[in-house]
Write a protein that binds this ligand. Structure first.
Ligand SMILES: CCCCCCCCCCCCCCCCCC(=O)SCCNC(=O)CCNC(=O)[C@H](O)C(C)(C)COP(=O)(O)OP(=O)(O)OC[C@H]1O[C@@H](n2cnc3c(N)ncnc32)[C@H](O)[C@@H]1OP(=O)(O)O
Length: 448
């Protein structure tokens, strides 16, 4: 067990240093390491993750019982800690979980994960990562005094998901693993990795950093989580990285274009783009023409609507974060496909913020657009908002950022309004925060 954790941490350190990329990752011999099957502790079957979660929170399996189940959860409030100091510290290995998705040995599982091009649906992987992230946090906060957890653990942020060059086959077993890597007072950072069997070895294909927040039994107020004690220099480094990530997120958010004007360089970019669209035949700021091989941003949009049925609920009777991510991702993929005119492959996902829970019964409006392109890359932003039948006012619940790589070079995208210019710059910032660009690889197959 300990060896497996250490090996995972070493791998994480190599791959997840902020700003390091796919190219750098794959060139680094450290990252060529593989995870040997025999090192793993017995993994949980993917189908059991959600059953375990239901058991931990005592969720009802029938929608008609959900109110009763929530009433029962209220009784757990007394188990909540009044301060973090009351809670026993945990180690990284206490929350370490491995999950097996046996696509190779159980072909009946494949259908759910399959794309028409015989690749793996990335949207399904997002759902699995979300459930696993929550399970990992329940391992970290496990109490011996009560079978059911008084905590409601929700996904606050998908900080980053980086894909590596490996081809994802729907016919080979997949393994996920992860652990809590940093904790605050009520929040936990979780690092997860995904491996696919290649011959006799599980090779790394993806890594992800999520932030989960603990809430009380009724999911109304935040609740304290156990401190984390890193053991040894590798874990200390991971913990420091978690601290650094928190600072980076605060800095990124305070420099948000919703709060601050763009930098001088960014302003210059926008002005140059504007000048490039002025019609040289008229001396007017109004007549705008698109340069060759460019598309107006407003023409890159796709929209969808989902009715949030009880079937898509999570263990707290709100809409499952993984479902929201899958739907947003699939719309984003279709947007990139429509825009680029060829098959897009996801390269990175970052900064998905879950601002508000989505209630069962809501109408979920997803709106997706290309906001930045470069070479073969397409940066897509998906905005989601909800309305209810009673209240038609729309409320933003999430903003998703996806980076795709297209098989062919893609057109430039041009903002027409000031608001679109801000979207362009925000897209550029997200693109630049991604790892260094990678060369298009034929074996890089990750699809909706
Ligand atoms: C059920 C039975 C049958 C079911 C059948 C169907 C089954 C379907 C399958 C599902 C099963 C699996 C489900 C597993 C559960 C998945 C989880 C979800 O879905 S969850 C659904 C999707 N998720 C949601 O719905 C969540 C929606 N969002 C929210 O509710 C709130 O925005 C919030 C709670 C996340 C934060 O509220 P806010 O008022 O801001 O809170 P505070 O100011 O009090 O701060 C508390 C701590 O949070 C930190 N922090 C905050 N934000 C961020 C951030 N962006 N970034 C980083 N950190 C952040 C902040 O720094 C502080 O940390 P610390 O210093 O104390 O350490």
């Amino acid at each position: 067990m300990r060896r497996a954790v250490l090996r995972l941490c070493t791998l994480s350190k190599g791959l997840l240093t902020p700003g390091r990329g796919l190219t750098q990752g794959s060139q680094n011999p450290e990252n060529q390491r593989v995870f040997h099957i025999h090192e793993a502790c017995s993994p949980i079957h993917v189908n059991h993750v959600r059953d375990k979660l239901r058991e931990i929170v005592g969720a009802s399996t029938n929608w008609r019982d959900h109110v009763k189940a929530m009433e029962e959860r209220k009784l757990l409030q007394s188990f909540l800690a009044k301060s973090q100091e009351e809670l026993p510290p945990r180690r990284m290995k206490d929350s370490y979980v491995e999950v097996l998705l046996p696509l190779g040995s159980q072909p009946e599982l494949r259908e759910k994960y399959l794309t028409v091009q015989n690749a793996i649906r990335f949207g399904r992987i997002l759902e699995d990562l979300d459930s696993l992230g929550v399970l990992i946090c329940y391992m970290h906060t496990k109490m011996h005094s009560t079978k059911m957890s008084p905590l409601s653990i929700v996904t606050a942020l998908v900080d980053k998901i980086d894909m590596h060059k490996k081809c994802l086959s729907p016919e080979q077993d997949i393994k996920f693993c992860g652990h809590v890597s940093w904790v605050g007072k009520t929040s936990m950072e979780v690092k997860m990795q995904m491996f696919q069997l290649h011959g006799n070895e599980f090779c790394p294909v993806l890594e992800a950093t999520f932030v989960m927040v603990a809430r009380d039994s009724e999911n109304k107020r935040s609740a304290f989580v156990n401190p984390l004690i890193p053991e040894g220099p590798e874990e200390e480094e991971l913990f420091r990285q978690g601290e650094f990530n928190k600072g980076r997120r605060v800095a990124f958010s305070s420099a948000s274009l919703l709060k601050m004007a763009p930098s001088a360089e960014e302003r210059m970019t926008i002005h140059e783009m504007f000048l490039n669209t002025l019609d040289p035949k008229t001396i007017s700021f109004r007549s705008r023409v698109l340069p060759r091989n460019a598309v107006w941003m407003e023409n890159s949009k796709l929209k969808s609507l989902e009715i949030c049925h009880p079937q898509e609920r999570n263990i707290f009777n709100r809409i499952f974060g993984g479902f929201l991510m899958r739907k947003a991702y699939e719309l984003g993929w279709a947007t990139a496909c429509n825009f680029g005119g060829s098959r897009p492959f996801v390269v990175a996902v970052d900064d998905i913020m879950f601002q508000k829970p989505v209630e069962v019964g809501s109408l979920l409006f997803l709106s997706s657009q290309v906001c930045y392109t470069q070479g073969n890359y397409i940066q897509v932003r998906v905005h989601s908002e909800v309305a209810t039948l009673q209240n038609k006012e729309h409320t933003t619940t999430n903003v998703f950022h996806f980076t795709f790589m297209s098989e062919k070079e893609v057109p430039l995208v041009f903002p027409r309004t000031y608001g679109e210019s801000m979207l362009y710059l925000d897209g550029q910032r997200h693109f630049n925060s991604m790892s260094a660009p990678v060369a298009l690889r034929n074996d890089y197959l990750v699809e909706p």
